[in-house]
Write a protein that binds this ligand. Structure first.
Ligand code: COA
Length: 154
């Protein structure tokens, strides 16, 4: 099946709400907040196949353009499409988009970082595989876990 990567827009809100309700939890209010954040507050790339959203990655720059810093805020692939390289494809697309974002103004992407639960076994394997490394632990950052910061330099 053909996979298309493109930015989320207001037209995708309903699709994103449904994805949250199916993949994360059955809570409409939080699903709506999630969808609105992805579309209006962050830069969000969608992986679409057959008119369904099967994965998302959200990011934004942090600090000044000369810092060249990006935070990867969220990444998810629908459970029935995992282990097919979709998250990897989304991260590669994010890297390309972030490079374009900075170079448009004569700057460079230097760093991508993210916060993740310390005990997230699959997340660790995934980011390690993509050349990120764990640099710091933040105690009790989440209600039920510490956070770790993962980072990739360019
Ligand atoms: C983590 C997540 C995004 C990975 O998505 P995915 O599309 O299945 O990942 P990919 O197929 O691109 O995997 C790339 C590589 O990561 C590693 N990996 C991914 N999932 C793995 C798993 N379940 N077990 C072991 N290694 C795994 C492997 O090295 C894999 O390469 P391989 O399949 O050639 O061995 C997905 O499991 C997910 O959405 N989880 C819930 C949300 C989440 O945890 N988000 C990330 C934290 S911010």
């Amino acid at each position: 099946m053909e996979k298309v990567i493109r930015y989320a827009s207001e037209k995708n809100i309903e699709l994103l709400i449904n994805m949250y309700l199916t993949e994360v939890e059955n809570h409409y209010q939080r699903a709506k907040e999630f969808a609105k954040d992805l579309v209006f507050k962050l830069k969000t790339l969608l992986c679409i196949t057959d008119e369904n959203v099967i994965g998302t990655v959200s990011w934004d720059s942090r600090g000044g353009l000369n810092d060249g810093v990006v935070e990867l805020v969220g990444l998810g692939v629908n459970s029935s499409f995992r282990r097919q390289g979709i998250a990897k494809l989304l991260i590669i697309s994010l890297i390309n988009e972030a490079k374009k974002f900075f170079s448009a103004d004569g700057y460079k992407l230097r760093v991508i970082y993210l916060f993740m639960e310390r005990e997230h076994r699959i997340g660790r394997l995934f980011y390690k595989n993509l050349g990120f490394r764990e640099v710091s632990i933040i105690p009790a950052f989440y209600p039920d876990d510490d956070a770790t910061i993962w980072i990739k330099y360019f």
